[in-house]
Design a binder for this molecule. Structure first.
Ligand SMILES: C[S@@+](CC[C@H](N)C(=O)[O-])C[C@H]1O[C@@H](n2cnc3c(N)ncnc32)[C@H](O)[C@@H]1O
Length: 215
C-alpha cells in the first residue's frame, strides 16, 4: 500500500537532507548481498527523520531493536554526542557483520554496542532505571508488545520511543488479517494509544511510524 503517491514520494525524498556516501553504499551493498530481505531496510526519509528526532530529544543513551545491515543504527548513532551510546539488538550475525563494517566506515563503532541475542533477553537484562533517551523498534513484529513494555519503563521523562511498521501495509484495518504479527501490532498500537505514561502520535510515514514520548 502506497500512502504517498509515487511522484510525491520522489519529491519528498529529494527534499530531505541528502544521504552521504556511507548510506548510499550501504543501500547498494544491502540490495546485492541480502537479495529479497533488502526491503527491510528503512528508507532515506525515515532515516533522516530518526536523525532529526534523536537530535531534538538531545539523546545520549539510545536503544535499537532490529539492526539488519545498519542503516537505521547509523542514522541514530551519528546524531548522538561523541560520548553517547547506542545499544543495538539483533539475532543475525550475518546481516550485522555488514552493519559493523559500515559503522566502522562512518566512524561510529565506538558508540555502538551490538548484542546478538533475542532482543527481549537483552532488554530484560538491562537495569530498571529510567535512563533511556531514545529507542527505535523495528524487529520481529510479534515481539513489539514486549519490546515496548521493556523500553517504556526504562525511558526517562521526555524520552522517545519510535516504532516502525505500525500499519502493516494496511492490515491493521483488515479484520481478515489475523496472523500473529498482525495481532501483535494491533495490540501494541492499542496499548500505546491508551497508555497514560506517554503522549503519542501515529504518522503515515512509509509503513506507519508511532512516536511515544514519556510524560
Ligand atoms: C526490519 S529489519 C531491521 C531493519 C533496520 N532497522 C534497518 O534500518 O536496516 C528486522 C531485524 O530484526 C531482527 N530480528 C528478528 N527477530 C529478532 C529478535 N527476536 N531479536 C532481535 N532482533 C530480531 C532481524 O534479524 C532483522 O535484522
Amino acid at each position: 500500500m502506497d500512502i504517498v503517491n509515487p511522484a510525491l514520494n520522489e519529491y519528498l525524498l529529494a527534499h530531505c537532507t541528502a544521504a552521504d556516501d556511507v548510506l548510499r553504499d550501504l543501500v547498494e551493498e544491502t540490495r546485492v548481498a541480502t537479495a529479497g530481505a533488502a526491503g527491510m531496510q528503512i528508507s532515506h526519509d525515515e532515516g533522516a527523520f530518526l536523525t532529526l528526532l534523536v537530535r531534538l530529544v538531545g539523546a545520549r543513551n539510545a536503544v535499537e531493536v532490529g539492526v539488519f545491515t545498519g542503516y537505521s543504527s547509523i542514522c541514530i548513532a551519528r546524531a548522538l554526542p561523541a560520548d553517547g551510546r547506542l545499544l543495538a539488538c539483533d539475532v543475525s550475525a550475518e546481516w550485522t557483520s555488514i552493519a559493523q563494517r559500515y559503522w566502522q566506515r562512518a566512524g561510529l563503532s565506538e558508540r555502538i554496542d551490538l548484542r546478538l541475542a533475542p532482543a527481549v533477553e537483552t532488554l530484560r537484562a538491562l537495569p530498571g532505571d529510567p535512563v533511556i533517551d531514545f529507542a527505535f523498534i523495528d524487529a520481529d513484529k510479534t515481539g513489539y508488545p514486549q519490546y515496548y513494555e521493556e523500553l517504556v519503563t526504562r525511558l526517562r521523562p521526555g524520552g522517545l520511543i519510535v516504532l516502525d511498521n505500525v500499519l502493516r501495509s494496511g492490515r491493521v484495518v483488515d479484520p481478515s488479517a489475523q496472523d500473529a504479527a498482525d495481532v501483535a501490532v494491533r495490540a501494541v498500537n492499542d496499548t500505546i494509544a491508551a497508555d497514560e505514561r506517554v503522549d503519542t502520535v501515529m504518522l503515515p510515514v512509509r509503513d506507519g511510524v508511532t512516536l511515544a514520548r514519556r510524560r
